[in-house]
Design a protein around this ligand. Sequence first.
Ligand code: ADP
Ligand code: MG
Length: 439
Amino acid sequence: MQTQTKQHLVEVKDLSVTYNQGKPNEFQSLKNINVRIYPEEFTIIFGPSGCGKSTLLYSISALQRPTEGEVFLEGSSLTGMTKREQSIVRQFEVGMVFQSFYLIPSLNVLDNVCLPKVFCGESKKERMKEGMKLLERFGIVEQADKYPSQLSGGQKQRVAIARCLINDPKIILADEPVGNLDSQSAENVLGILRDLKDVDKKAVVLVTHDPSHLERADRIFYMKDGFLVKEEVKEGNTFTPVIKKGAEAEEKAIPRELELLVRSFQGMPREYISSLLVPFKAQKVLFHLLMDMPEEQVTLAQGFVKEYLFDKDAKDDLFSALDRDIESGGAGLDKRRAQNISSRLYEMMHLAKDIEIKSPEEGASLMKEYIEKTFSFQLEVDQKSAMESFLQKRIANEVSHEEVITFLDNPVSSGGMGFHKFFARKMAREIEMIMLLRY
Ligand code: ADP
Ligand code: MG
């Protein structure tokens, strides 16, 4: 299998939110947002008032429905869930903390904290015991029997944090949690949130418009006018901009670039096209096979892949060149990875060549087998023929990359293959890679 970058907990994909759609007061609050939230990271969403921070946070907890795009929590689409499933997510998976606390005035502190546990089947005694542990931890155990109106702002927010932790969620979303607090209480609450990441290993997302909070972050999303304008991650003591690469960038990049290239090559002799495309192919196929390599190694490995693509009989040379130490003139990959790249590339090239020389039917059938093998599944007999005839159309360039995605994603009842959207995209990308290698 291909190597993966760090696994994310939440993926926000092409998300747009428009309020009052179609009305005179229509307002687009989020515009095509793509972000990922990672485990054990302290993420800050930063931007001026009104830029869409809260809307983004509410979308991640399924309180706000996307107008376009999707939010995935550990791979499952929130929009695809029933209301009941969404509320289970909010009860157990995603804890929320708000600027204005939202404590229930008629319940005492301990009952407020234990509230999310009421319907979980535990005895009241058990519940109270866990609630008290959290009050102790946050230094508010003396307040257990008091009512919210008897507390300071800082104490209220600590109660709210205890409440959001009682069901042990993996993700904590905090919307301007210190906006109503004096500076000392603010410091205390921010420290607690930071501990949830450092000690409890939670993913914490803090929404703020205060630049003095930024230094605490592991990752920062800068927002403006509904757009995500910049993403930075902490490396050592400095923040570096994130440039999207690997799967995220590639997904969009391949079809567009390929389309342009193919258009500009119309009428050129085949061999000529092929040699012009080699450097591009070398780069794309490497991104495809390997997404998390240091840049130096990518560049070195790319050189060797390029040589291989020019001279396809040199398979063993590719492996040893990738495997050899950098000092001895190789790319310095570890053996398994070098093996994996060279054998996968070999398999893909082999398929691409077969598709060129065999009949369209045979080519489509081989491509279908390759997809089944690569993604470890077996199609039913009637699905097989639907898949093959569509692949044949793609090979003949009668349908586009986008149409392949739609076909794979659409339900069987409307003539598609019924795969999950994510899976459909991945498969379509693999098909596109073979298409590219044909030239
Ligand atoms: P932030 O949290 O960054 O201050 P919000 O996400 O609350 O921003 O709001 C973004 C924009 O969307 C603002 O201009 C706000 O006025 C508008 N907005 C938010 N909620 C609604 C709503 N329910 N109806 C109409 N407009 C809204
Ligand atoms: Mg807000």
